[in-house]
Design a protein around this ligand. Structure first.
Ligand code: SAM
Length: 297
């Protein structure tokens, strides 16, 4: 048996061997605790028939555990300098493919079609680069990829916002965007000491289980998201004030907004953070014809 990659000693050895220096701008905080990695992988409930997509394999610490727990791993790594290192550290595993590139620019759907045709159960599992956690998660969800879910390490503060329930200060348009597509839960809170170098912020692991159908059915998805973002533009303002100031021609259409709020049984003096996703869905269906240019069609 070879040694696990994710120990402080082995990680230091690998970094030294290749003269690797961390790039802060790429969110490079590597995991050096095998137990944490095993825990992350456990939360993904992989089987020998599963496929795993990883974003940012680094020197392969998580990739190695995924390779042991699934049929196949495909990992996207932006930093060219890591490719020869990964080739070396992951040489014991013949079920890993590393794709060099920015995951935000990648055609992930095509990669899933090509790489996971024989593994219908696909999970995304990653220790995300913190400078792009939200864009990555939103890309994976809005592209409606054929995946079962996502288990990722990210900033605790972002995890709290993603999993937040109405009526809390963390609840906002990000909670809604993600809970629209998935069931979101924080499964681990992780100390800074398990990273090299240690990040400045606290970390957590969230699990997002993709819903068969969005949590609420809306007539116009784009408008629904515009509406939710507008409703939280200034958290201290009422829903009515946010919508009149944020929606196009909102001031001129104040009466329309008031009527829609009334029809949806939403008191105009409430704040966005008190509305459930279902209430936003109802309001969106009442308003979208008046704001999307479809009014006469
Ligand atoms: N998985 C490794 C671990 O847990 O030790 C490394 C995780 S580190 C937090 C994030 C990794 O993502 C780095 O290897 C970094 O180079 C890579 N990365 C950063 N931005 C990326 C992007 N846009 N696309 C793909 N990989 C990226």
């Amino acid at each position: 048996m070879h040694k696990d990659i994710a120990t402080p000693l082995r990680t230091k050895e690998i970094l030294k061997k290749y003269g690797f220096s961390f790039k802060k701008s790429l969110g490079q905080n590597f995991l050096i605790d095998t137990n944490i990695l095993k825990n992350i992988v456990e939360h993904a409930n992989l089987t020998e028939q599963s496929g795993a997509i990883e974003i940012g394999p680094g020197i392969g610490a998580l990739t190695e555990q995924l390779a042991k727990s699934s049929k196949k791993v495909t990992a996207f790594e932006i930093d060219q300098r890591l490719l020869p290192i990964l080739k070396d550290t992951l040489s014991p595993y013949n079920n890993v493919k590393v794709i060099h590139g920015d995951v935000l620019k990648a055609d992930v759907k095509k990669v899933i079609e090509e790489e996971f045709a024989d593994t219908p159960d696909v999970m995304v599992v990653a220790n995300l680069p913190y400078y792009v956690t939200t864009p990555i998660i939103l890309k994976l969800l809005t592209e409606k990829l054929p995946i079962r879910g996502i288990v990722v390490m990210l900033q605790k503060e972002v995890a709290d916002r993603i999993a937040a329930k109405p009526g809390t200060k963390e609840y906002g348009s990000l909670s809604i965007a993600i809970q629209y597509y998935t069931e979101a839960e924080t499964v681990m809170v992780v100390p800074k000491t398990v990273f090299m170098p240690q990040p400045n912020v606290d970390s957590a692991v969230i699990r997002l289980t993709v819903r068969e159908r969005p949590v609420v059915e809306v007539k116009d998805e784009d408008f629904f998201f515009t509406l939710t973002r507008s409703s939280f533009a200034q958290r201290r303002k009422t829903i009515l004030n946010n919508l009149t100031s944020q929606l196009p021609d909102g001031k001129a259409k104040k009466d329309i907004i008031l009527a829609a709020l009334e029809k949806s049984n939403i008191d105009p003096t409430r704040r966005g953070e008190t509305l459930s996703i279902q209430e936003f869905g109802k309001l969106s269906d009442e308003l979208f014809l008046d704001f999307t240019g479809n009014a006469l069609s």
